[in-house]
Design a protein around this ligand. Structure first.
Ligand code: FRU
Length: 469
């Protein structure tokens, strides 16, 4: 442990406990969603199950709710719903990660947890910070207990990546197949195309570049946070592209997150077919998956979006900002990658109320509505967030008619041929809507005012509301 590490540790102790006292009063803190103890959270990192316990790390700027120098925050859970804060796990304390311990992933083997991440360095001077002025280092930190990570090893620098790339190479996602380790990293080429690089290794430390994934057409200038996995017989490449143009209702957010299928396995398959956005709402970026011990492929995304100052989060005044999505189980149904809340959620609710036809009543701060619907339906939450299926145009809309409730968010929509089921998960200041058994998902933050915690359902619907008491 070096002197810088010790200084960070001391500062974190003081600053976080100071902030945490303020956060106790915060009306917008969720019950079940991962939130930082104080400060700013972005991407999920190092998701894994280690010695039976779920670990989620995340991009963490502990000193300011508006962001800043990145550490890795850490929390653990036994049920994927209740998370215990474990403080900061990785600090920017080396010359090769001094401007941020950027995103990465975990590999669990035996009793050890290997965290791979990007050491970010921004040189001082007049640089474009694309082809010059930046270092993207691939770093490994190993832990014996899943909490302390004391030795760091620098594995790769920009010299080790292909020559046609800019300095933007990051977010290593590592996994093992057979006896070989694989690492996928996101990158920007000098021709401003987003690509994902695949490396392999036999010893977890020496990595060889083997191939890249790319797609002809307008898929952005940079791919962040790639993930690569096999599920239900398909190979999925998940990426978060920057720089895609909006096309009708698609790609309406500043940046996107979505998936391609490969037309073969990861060694030989090419990226074909459509890029499908994982979420059609306002707040979803940089998702990562992991394989649970029971074989489930579970995805957590950042319920936020970078570089959108017009979308406000009212928690900033309480000293923190951003949360994660609920962990979502992935599966393929009729050729589509579907996302549904982890099954642990069903078991947690212990209160239930059913209804048929239209309904109006109290919106509990943390609850789930499961509806079977027929034709046109509108669900209004907190008097200003409308979830509407417009049957004749075949579009599902998520629309705020109250700027304060949505913190400046407006409207998003997606074409959906027919709608039969709707699952709405509300947790104080966030809403996740799962349509048609998780085929389409809309996610947003929202900030209901006291006295307006209402739900109104208009249309042919029936179903249940569940909550925990
Ligand atoms: C995505 C991202 C990653 C990077 C991290 C830095 O949101 O830009 O590419 O590693 O955030 O916090």
């Amino acid at each position: 442990m070096n002197a810088l590490h010790q200084a960070w540790e001391q500062l974190l102790k003081e600053k976080i406990s100071e902030k945490q006292r303020e956060i106790k009063e915060d009306p917008y803190r969720p019950f079940l969603h991962i939130a930082p103890p104080a400060g700013w959270l972005n991407d999920p990192n190092g998701l894994c199950q280690y010695k039976g316990v779920y670990h989620a790390f995340y991009q963490f700027a502990p000193f300011r709710a508006e962001g800043g120098l990145k550490f890795w925050g850490h929390c653990t859970s036994r049920d994927l719903l209740h998370w215990e804060d474990q403080g900061a796990a990785l600090y920017p304390d080396q010359p090769y990660d001094c401007h941020g311990a950027y995103s990465g992933s975990a590999l669990v083997e035996g009793d050890q947890m290997y965290l791979y991440y990007t050491g970010n360095v921004k040189l001082l001077g007049s640089y474009d910070y694309i082809e010059t002025g930046r270092e993207s280092n691939t770093v490994l930190a190993v832990s014996e207990n899943g909490r302390t990570f004391q030795t760091k090893e620098l594995l790769m620098t920009n010299e080790d990546y292909p020559e046609d790339l800019t300095k933007h190479v990051r977010d290593p996602r590592v996994f093992k197949l057979g006896n070989i380790y694989y690492m996928v990293q996101g990158a920007r080429t000098k021709e401003n195309r987003g690509v994902a690089l695949l490396f392999s290794s036999e010893d977890k430390r020496t990595w060889t570049y083997i191939r890249r994934f790319e797609r002809e057409g307008d898929y952005g200038y940079m791919w962040e946070c790639p993930d690569l996995y096999e599920i239900d017989g398909r190979t999925v490449l998940s990426v978060s592209p920057q720089g895609m143009e909006q096309k009708g209702l698609c790609y309406a957010n500043k940046y996107q997150s979505g998936t391609f299928f490969l037309d073969g396995d990861m060694q030989t398959g090419e990226v074909t077919g459509d890029f499908r956005e994982l979420d059609a709402g306002f707040d979803f970026y940089a998702p990562q998956t992991f394989l649970a011990d029971d074989g489930r492929r579970i995805q957590i995304g950042w319920m936020g979006m970078p570089d959108v100052p017009e979308h406000q989060n009212k928690t900033v005044e309480d000293g923190w900002q951003h949360i994660m999505t609920i962990p979502r189980e992935l599966s393929i149904q009729d050729g589509i990658l579907c996302q549904n809340p982890v099954q642990e959620l069903d078991a947690w609710w212990n209160q239930k109320m059913s209804f048929t036809g239209s309904f109006q009543g109290e919106l509990k701060p943390c609850c789930e509505w499961r509806l079977a619907v027929q034709g046109q339906v509108t669900v209004t939450l907190a008097e200003g967030l409308h979830l509407r299926y417009q049957e004749e145009e075949g579009i599902f809309w998520m629309e705020f008619t109250d700027a304060s409730l949505g913190g400046g968010r407006g409207v998003r929509g997606r074409e959906i041929k027919s709608l039969s089921s709707m699952r709405i998960l509300v947790d104080v200041s966030c809403v996740e809507v799962f349509l048609n058994e998780g085929t389409d998902v809309f996610t947003t933050r929202f900030y209901p005012e006291k006295g307006r915690e209402q739900i109104k359902i208009c249309g042919k619907a029936s179903g249940v509301c569940q909550w925990h008491q």
